[in-house]
Design a protein around this ligand. Structure first.
Ligand code: COA
Length: 181
């Protein structure tokens, strides 16, 4: 069964699939140096096979409900990724991760993807607590959390190792029990 979340006339979230490997890999390569300033994993992506293995692993986790990984499509182009890196089914809690193509920032694409995935999973009754963890000095990601209705619950000291240092991390959450249509 295809798992697609339609956001508007131009944007869709599509569950990651092996048919997306080449497009996703090209997007990672294009953004690799830039993304490395915010995320730890890009340095480990070299060949298309690295991306294929990542896609296969995430597809399996997606289908089993341990995690979710959606590619953000603008028309027919992949422009980013939004995921639940971890789902706690008993607690109905999901930990959200995301990144965009650098050239597609500043258009509200990630915010629409975030609202769409939240709406969908609240409606499905699977998740009620959504969590974003981001480094204190990642200004754009903190802005995404605040502008999309997340509340700062605390700051975890030196909780994320990135590029040679341990960074403080803000934890935001948004709790929703029902979605208005
Ligand atoms: C974090 C990241 C996804 C944010 O991207 P973004 O484009 O700033 O986020 P959004 O798509 O929500 O867009 C918000 C921006 O679009 C603008 N915008 C334009 N139209 C908009 C609309 N219809 N709705 C909302 N915002 C809109 C907003 O004003 C805002 O711009 P500003 O920050 O200059 O004020 C991106 O910077 C990124 O991929 N960073 C690297 C990876 C990363 O850090 N991931 C998170 C790790 S915790």
């Amino acid at each position: 069964m295809s798992d697609i979340i339609t956001l508007d006339d131009t944007l869709q979230l599509r569950a990651v699939d092996e048919s997306h490997v080449t497009a996703l890999h090209q997007l990672v390569l294009k953004n690799k140096v830039w993304l490395q300033a915010s995320l730890n994993w890009p340095q480990f992506v070299n060949s298309e096979d690295d991306t294929r293995k990542n896609v296969q692993g995430n597809k399996m986790l997606h289908e089993r409900g341990y995690a979710k990984m959606y590619l953000i499509f603008k028309h027919t182009d992949v422009v980013g990724v939004i995921s639940f890196n971890l789902i706690e089914p008993l607690n109905k809690t999901a930990y959200i991760g995301y990144w965009l193509d650098e050239d597609h920032q500043g258009q509200g694409i990630l915010s629409r993807a975030l609202q769409g995935i939240i709406h969908c999973y609240v409606q499905r009754g699977e998740i009620r607590r959504f969590v974003i963890k981001c480094r204190v000095d990642n200004a754009r990601s903190n802005r995404v959390a605040v502008q999309n209705g997340f509340t700062l619950e605390g700051c975890m000291k030196q909780a994320e190792f990135l590029n040679g240092d341990y960074h403080d991390v803000n934890m935001y959450a948004r709790i929703i029990d029902t979605v208005s249509q």
